[in-house]
Design a protein around this ligand. Structure first.
Ligand SMILES: O=c1ccn([C@@H]2O[C@H](COP(=O)(O)O)[C@@H](O)[C@H]2O)c(=O)[nH]1
Length: 304
């Protein structure tokens, strides 16, 4: 099956989940056992600890998620060593049958976007199955990603209404006809997505819609019935499962809900002794939290 919309729907049904776990590894929150024998002050040591941590997370969450979402910033901190950890992480996630969504938020002038599209949607070492795209430069900034996705059966998620508190400063601006900017972009993405709708009704052009904005999500869902939504903001940013219904279609599909800190650092809720927990304890806490999130989301989308 070579269509990302179909792959996400089929995998979501097979595993009965709409959850995506974000891989945002921050060394300050990685327990001692994972850092043993490495010097996290060096790029090499940091990268080793990050990859070891990501393996634990991936093993613990694999049965509960359709995809993992590495956040590029956490790898770029360590330059070439961090990118090597990203490469290893992508390979490992794929070996576990998971789709990979690079949260890179790229977008530039046309030729540079084309190069980014090759990096993230091509065949190279950090390419995944999907990538997040910043549309601020306009159509020649995002079209190279969409064309690359169409050609490769991969997916893009264009930032539309992001989860952060100040997202409205630009995204909610009213245009001459009274429409908000994000609704204008939604209409444009709908037109572009119509070119690549798969057997299950979804295109390769998805949208980022923050879980912290359920009212806006209802309007965007109505305008964009064939776009899969990537929904960040659940968990650590205050987004709740109860608020997620408008993000899904009538069948309870069409959205993937992302959580990073709330799941990968779940063991920190066990108390101040978290730095000295064993690998088994860390893994159990992460897996249990992923299962809890999956079921809470399933209950709301009617897949309970
Ligand atoms: O609108 C957006 C777009 C992307 N993000 C990214 O998702 C994760 C959220 O992490 P949590 O720990 O679950 O809050 C992070 O990588 C962001 O860069 C987003 O939050 N909102």
């Amino acid at each position: 099956m070579n269509h990302i919309g179909d792959r996400l729907i089929v995998e979501g049904r097979r595993k009965r989940t709409a959850l995506v776990v974000g891989l945002d590894p921050d060394l300050r929150y990685i327990p001692d056992v994972v850092r043993q024998g490495v010097d996290p002050e060096t790029g090499e040591g940091a990268a080793e600890a990050i990859y070891a941590f990501n393996r634990i997370v991936i093993d613990a969450v694999a049965e509960h998620v359709v995809a993992v979402k590495p956040q590029l910033a956490y790898y770029e901190i360590y330059g070439a060593d961090g990118i090597a950890a990203l490469e290893q992480t992508i390979r490992y996630a794929r070996s576990k049958g998971l789709l990979v969504l690079n949260d890179a938020k790229r977008g530039d002038i046309g030729p540079t976007s084309a190069a980014y599209a090759r990096a993230f949607l091509g065949e190279g070492p950090i390419a995944g199955d999907m990538v997040t795209v910043n549309p601020f430069l306009g159509s020649d900034g995002y079209m190279p990603f969409i064309e690359a996705a169409e050609a490769a059966g991969k997916g893009v998620f264009v930032l539309l209404k992001t989860s952060n508190p100040s997202s409205g400063e630009l995204q909610d601006l009213k245009l001459g006809d009274g429409d908000k900017l994000y609704m204008k972009l939604a209409a444009e993405l709908g037109r572009l997505g119509a070119r690549s709708v798969g057997a299950h009704g979804y295109s390769c052009v998805g949208a980022v819609v923050g879980g912290t904005y359920p009212e806006e999500a209802a309007a965007i869902r109505a305008a964009l019935p064939s776009a899969i939504f990537l929904v960040p903001g659940y968990g650590a940013q205050g987004g709740t499962a109860e608020a997620l219904r408008p993000f899904f279609d009538a069948r309870g599909e069409g959205a993937i809900i992302s959580s990073s800190r709330g799941i990968i650092y779940a063991y920190r809720n066990l108390g101040e002794q978290w730095p000295s927990l064993s690998e088994a304890e860390i893994s159990l806490a992460i897996g249990e939290e992923a299962a809890r999130a999956k079921e809470a989301i399933n209950a709301v989308r009617g897949a309970g």
